[in-house]
Design a protein around this ligand. Structure first.
Ligand SMILES: C[S@@+](CC[C@H](N)C(=O)[O-])C[C@H]1O[C@@H](n2cnc3c(N)ncnc32)[C@H](O)[C@@H]1O
Length: 443
């Protein structure tokens, strides 16, 4: 039921709800969308069987909630770890199968003996030798599973274990090594941690299977750089619901750094994802819209280099918005959950900038919500002077837009042949700039 009136009376804080309820607690991910926010927007702005797109899907909060509500969800992201987590949420599994997988892994662990750990840079810095041995055995044991969704579930559990048994500080998203004293005492048993996390995740997964076993539509998840034209037909999406990155990965959330150790162990690490993320590579924004132009000038007066970095982020975001506009149906909604961070003391009104970058959309409503739980930097150093911090991103803006005019020029559309390939689980590789088969190396 499409009802904006009902949305106006929502208390968007959802104070009483746990940030990682149910299936959303399967694996942590930076700056996850609050599940009740996703659920409420989906319920009010789309119908069952509508196509819902999250072009920055991360760990798949929108995807899972859309599936629960019988919407056809499509998720895109450049991060293979995010897609793995989202794919596992999209393929619910009952306890019976999970128990079989665990027994199989146990059996393999016994048979495999010693396994050579992978060779990646700094492995000895981040993992103690005994931990490397155990992780190598666990990974080899999981790889012998034939059932793909089951194997991917186990790989998500494995990724959690990698983080937990590494020498990194547990509470940080960025990679910081434990201080020497703590490192000396840090002797984790990766097998025991795997056992514990496996059953925790299995319980959550079984509940999720119970909740969704009657859902006929399954989400589709693709490795894709949203700055490139989207692998979707023009005007085919009823609702876009997403939270884009808040800024470049260097000064805001480093999704690549968060994922690196897991990706290296999973054999999925290709290159520095943070450089592929919005604003990761220098570029200019030749004619920014009025609001952005004003804030860029204000930042430039304080720091010309920072102003250029901020402009690069918005130039990338603009490319994404052009592609998103092209695939949204006329009459369809696009909702962006953003945080208006500060750079050099200047507030970046991303909610207003997005509206200005989407001239074929009208702003229907903007809601501001406090962030009670979200795991992301709440303090930054806007001046880059050590010790000098400022609060940032304590509230987020939910901007609801509606497409009321046609998009002028559509980016090139994929051919019917390519769409069939997508059905067979291929993906678009941002690094190779082409569609590639999802073999084990690319997943
Ligand atoms: C705020 S997070 C999304 C979190 C997600 N809503 C969730 O609940 O897990 C933003 C996501 O954008 C992705 N991203 C960054 N640059 C991208 C690009 N060029 N194309 C597609 N995804 C990108 C990041 O990898 C990250 O997963």
């Amino acid at each position: 039921m499409l009802s904006l009136e009902a949305l106006r009376s929502v208390d968007w804080t959802f104070r009483e709800v746990r940030a990682k309820e149910g299936i959303h607690g399967l694996h942590s991910y930076p700056a996850m969308m609050a599940p009740p926010v996703a659920r409420t927007l989906l319920e009010h702005l789309s119908h069952p069987h509508d196509t819902v797109l999250d072009p920055f899907c991360g760990s798949g909060t929108v995807i899972a909630e859309a599936m629960r509500l019988h919407r056809f969800a499509i998720g895109l992201d450049i991060n293979p770890l995010a897609l793995l987590i989202a794919r596992v949420k999209a393929n619910p599994l009952p306890m019976e199968k999970l128990e079989q997988a665990y027994e199989h892994i146990q059996e393999q662990q016994r048979q495999l003996g010693q396994v050579e750990p992978p060779q990646f840079a700094n492995i000895d810095y981040w993992f103690k030798p005994e931990v490397q041995q155990q992780l190598a055995v666990l990974k080899a044991a999981i790889d012998t599973l034939d059932d793909e969704p089951l194997k991917e579930f186990c790989l998500v559990v494995f990724s959690r274990v990698v983080r937990e048994v590494s020498n990194t500080r547990p509470s940080e998203f960025k990679l910081f090594r434990l201080p020497p004293e703590k490192l000396r005492q840090h002797c984790p048993d990766a097998f025991a941690v795997f056992r514990e996390r496996f059953w925790e995740c299995a319980t959550v997964m079984h509940q999720w299977w119970e909740e969704t076993k009657d859902v006929a539509v399954r989400p589709r998840l693709l490795l894709h750089d949203t700055r490139q034209s989207l692998p979707l037909e023009p005007e085919s999406v009823d609702l876009v619901l997403t939270s884009p990155p808040y800024g470049d990965a260097r000064t805001t959330v480093a999704y690549g750094q968060f994922s690196r150790l897991s990706l290296q162990w999973l054999g999925l690490w290709q290159e520095d994802l943070d450089r592929l993320s919005l604003g990761g590579t220098p570029r200019s924004f030749p004619s920014p819209p009025p609001t952005l132009s004003t804030v860029l000038d204000a930042i430039a007066q304080r720091d010309a280099k920072r102003a250029k970095e901020v402009a690069a982020f918005y130039a990338d975001l603009n490319d994404c918005l052009r592609n998103i506009a092209a695939v949204t149906k006329e009459g369809g909604y696009a909702v962006f959950v953003v945080a208006n961070r500060k750079v050099k003391g200047v507030v970046l009104p991303t909610d207003k900038v997005i509206a200005e970058l989407l001239p074929e959309f009208d702003v229907v409503a903007t809601f501001v919500r406090e962030i009670p739980h979200k795991r992301m930097p709440l303090r930054n150093s806007p001046s880059n002077i050590p010790g000098e911090t400022d609060t940032t991103m304590l509230a987020e803006h939910i901007v609801i837009l509606r497409k009321v005019r046609p998009t002028r020029a559509s980016p090139p559309m994929v051919t019917a042949g390519q769409l069939r390939l997508l059905e067979r689980r291929t993906c678009y590789s941002p690094t190779k700039r082409k569609f590639i088969a999802l073999d084990s190396k690319n997943r």
